[in-house]
Design a binder for this molecule. Structure first.
Ligand code: SF4
Length: 380
């Protein structure tokens, strides 16, 4: 398939791996954070860490939208779904994310709540149009990639006079999370990860543009390479990062030129800016409240804001104390550092959000990485 096969070519991967091995200085180590869950998935799925020298280490970041949603927002969604007049529309992954006391949207649905799995905002709009007697709420999550479709759905709902459609908005922004990691790397006294650069997100950058990451190169002296999600994209980005480190450069480079421009998608950004504004702060799992990191609907669109229509109270709830999602999302620990990994916690019985989505570090390691761990142990 064009634009896929050529980015999964094993012979080319081995050539880039050889170039990485040659470029990596044996007298030092390199620690690069892949911010995005799509990259975490690609690294696990294609075994890219096996192609890297021992002194080049990848650190998982917080860029999985299902993973960073805090327990309190799941609890709010469950409360909303239990209202008799509400039909809550949500993506499939969110159904299984644990809330407080073992609750989840899946369990609420089993208990009778009207919760429907959708594939897009347009599915939710269609339900609102077909069932005008129901209050249809779209549970909106995600980074800058999924925000434009939510903005368009809200504008379409207004244009079509769908007064029974609202959005429970949980959209978050990538740059404030990177800033949070760089400004406050430690968590509860546990030292943060050493970082020598970032693999910048792919689809997010297609919307916001590669220049959005310039402050991290300038202020924090961190090299950034925006990369696509295919294995050769990631390998090339790692090589570019190593070369920046070796040269003492801290720049934003764009490996994903087939999709990303410096300024991004200006039309999508304008649609988002028309409908949404920044919240003063928003809670992230593992981060606490991050300033200016979440979006809410502007006053001009408050009729479509579920938090306003249903007077939803903010809930703050503690994570499962045995779950290490918080430290994993900050790059401090790895999935196998969690005592519950693969014992009590599996994709069938997730105890934390990182085991739910395929972009979650725990789910990715369970699906792919554990087999390589097993093979390595057998060889040793
Ligand atoms: S294995 Fe499960 S409980 Fe442990 S950190 Fe991952 S999601 Fe949380």
């Amino acid at each position: 398939m064009k634009y896929v096969d050529e980015y999964r070519d094993g012979a080319v991967a081995r050539r880039i791996a050889a170039a990485i091995a040659k470029a990596a200085d044996p007298a030092r180590s390199y620690h690069f954070m892949e911010f995005c869950g799509g990259h975490t998935h690609a690294i696990s799925r294609y075994g890219l860490e096996d192609l890297l020298p021992a002194n080049v280490r990848m650190v998982h970041g917080p860029g999985c939208p299902v993973c960073v949603l805090p327990v309190g927002r799941i609890d709010m969604a469950i409360q909303l779904a239990l209202r008799p007049e509400v039909t809550l529309c949500t993506y499939g992954d969110l159904m299984r994310v644990p809330g407080s006391h073992g609750a989840s949207l899946l369990r609420a649905k089993a208990a009778g709540a009207d919760i429907r799995m959708v594939y897009s905002t347009l599915d939710a709009l269609a339900i609102a149009a077909a069932e005008p007697e129901r209050e249809v709420v779209f549970f909106a999550i995600g980074f800058e990639t999924t925000t434009p479709p939510t903005a368009l759905a809200i504008k379409l709902a207004r244009a079509r006079g769908l007064a029974n459609f609202t959005v429970f908005c949980n959209h978050v922004l990538t740059p404030p999370a990177i800033r949070g990691i760089l400004e406050h790397p430690d968590l509860d006294g546990v030292p943060g990860p050493r970082l020598d650069g970032f693999v910048g997100p792919a689809h997010v950058s297609a919307v916001i543009g590669s220049e959005a990451f310039a402050p991290f190169a300038r202020e924090f002296e961190q090299p950034v390479v925006v990369a696509g999600f295919e294995p050769l994209d990631v390998m090339q980005a790692i090589l570019m990062l190593i070369r920046q480190v070796n040269d003492g450069r801290q720049e934003v480079e764009n490996q994903y030129i087939r999709a990303v421009t410096p300024e991004g998608n200006v039309i999508a950004k304008a649609e988002v800016a028309e409908v949404f504004e920044l919240r003063d702060s928003f809670e992230w799992r593992g981060f606490g409240a991050v300033p200016l990191s979440g979006l809410r609907l502007r006053d001009a669109y408050r009729d479509f804001d579920a938090e306003q229509r249903f007077a939803m109270a903010e809930i703050s709830a503690a994570d499962n104390p045995a779950c290490e999602c918080g430290t994993i999302l900050r790059g401090i620990k790895r999935p196998t550092d969690c005592k519950l990994f693969g014992t009590l916690c599996t994709p069938e019985t997730p105890m934390g959000s990182c085991m739910v989505s395929s972009e979650g570090a725990c789910a990715a390691h369970w699906t792919y990485g554990r087999f390589r761990d097993h093979a390595r142990r057998n060889v040793a």
